[in-house]
Design a protein around this ligand. Structure first.
Ligand SMILES: Cc1cc2nc3c(=O)[nH]c(=O)nc-3n(C[C@H](O)[C@H](O)[C@H](O)COP(=O)(O)O)c2cc1C
Length: 222
C-alpha cells in the first residue's frame, strides 16, 4: 500500500505539472501503438512480429536442449519498445508485441480514460494476435509501461491467460515517475514463476540509458 501511495503522488505530481500533450511528448508518444513496429501487425505469431532473429541457431550444436527466449511487449507510445529492441539485440530473442483487438486511441487523454476505465471495471482487453508456440519458451522477458500505477490491464490479461510453469520471467518497464510500481512483485504473485529483478527507466530517458540496459542484462543470472 505504501509503495502505491508513493508512486501515486510522484506520478500525479508529474501529470499535474504537465499538460496532457506535454506528458505525451515527454513519453515520446505520437503513435497509438496499435501497429507492430516489429513488422508483424495482426499476423498473430511471435515469429512474424519478430524484430530480430532467434538465437536458437547459435545453440544448435550444444547437446543440452536449447533454451528459448521470447520478449513479450506492450508499448503504446514506443518507449518500452526501444527498451525491448535493446533486449532483443542483447539476447537474440524475438519480440512478440501484444496488439489490442480494439486498438487504444492515439489521443493521450482518450487512451488514459480507456486505460482507467478498464482498470476500474477489472476487465482485460482482448488481444488480437495470440502468441505462437508459447510452450517452447523457457525465458520470457516482459516489457510494459506503468499505467495508472500498475501493469496495464491488457498485460495483466496476457499474464492470466498463459501458463507460466517452469518459466523464468525477466521484467523491464518504462514510466514517468512510478518506477516499477511494484509490478515485479505483482508478476511474482500472478505467475508463480521465477521472476528476476527487472529494470525501470523513465520513458524520456530510454534513448540515453541503453548502457543501463546493457549493465542490467549482463548482471542477470540467465
Ligand atoms: C494511460 C497511461 C497511464 C500512465 N500512468 C502512469 C503511472 O501511473 N505512472 C507513471 O510513472 N507513468 C504513467 N504513464 C506514463 C508511461 O508509463 C510512460 O510514458 C511510458 O514510458 C510509456 O511507455 P510506452 O511508450 O512504451 O507506451 C502513463 C501513461 C499512459 C498512456
Amino acid at each position: 500500500m505504501d509503495r502505491i501511495e508513493i508512486s501515486r503522488r510522484t506520478f500525479v505530481g508529474t501529470a499535474g505539472t504537465l499538460a496532457a500533450g506535454a506528458l505525451l511528448a515527454l513519453a515520446g508518444c505520437g503513435n497509438g501503438g496499435s501497429s507492430s513496429a516489429a513488422g508483424g501487425a495482426g499476423t498473430g505469431s511471435a515469429a512474424s512480429s519478430a524484430s530480430s532473429t532467434s538465437a536458437s541457431a547459435a545453440s544448435a550444436s550444444s547437446s543440452a536442449p536449447a533454451s528459448k527466449s521470447l520478449i513479450v511487449l506492450w508499448s503504446w507510445s514506443g518507449n518500452t519498445l526501444k527498451m525491448a529492441e535493446r533486449v532483443s539485440e542483447l539476447s537474440g530473442a524475438e519480440i512478440y508485441r501484444i496488439e489490442a483487438a480494439d486498438p487504444y486511441p492515439e489521443d493521450y487523454d482518450a487512451c488514459a480514460d480507456r486505460a482507467k476505465q478498464k482498470q476500474d471495471d477489472g476487465t482485460y482487453p482482448a488481444i488480437a494476435n495470440p502468441v505462437a508456440d508459447w510452450g517452447s519458451y523457457d525465458t520470457v522477458f516482459m516489457g510494459y509501461p506503468i499505467w495508472w500505477y500498475e501493469l496495464p490491464m491488457i498485460v495483466q490479461g496476457f499474464v492470466r491467460d498463459h501458463d507460466w510453469t517452469g518459466k523464468t520471467v525477466v521484467p523491464f518497464n518504462s514510466h514517468e515517475g512510478s518506477g516499477d510500481g511494484g509490478t515485479y512483485d505483482d508478476l511474482r504473485e500472478m505467475t508463480g514463476a521465477t521472476v528476476l529483478d527487472g529494470i525501470a527507466i523513465r520513458g524520456g530517458d530510454v534513448s540515453s540509458s541503453l548502457d543501463k540496459i546493457d549493465e542490467w542484462y549482463a548482471g542477470l543470472s540467465l
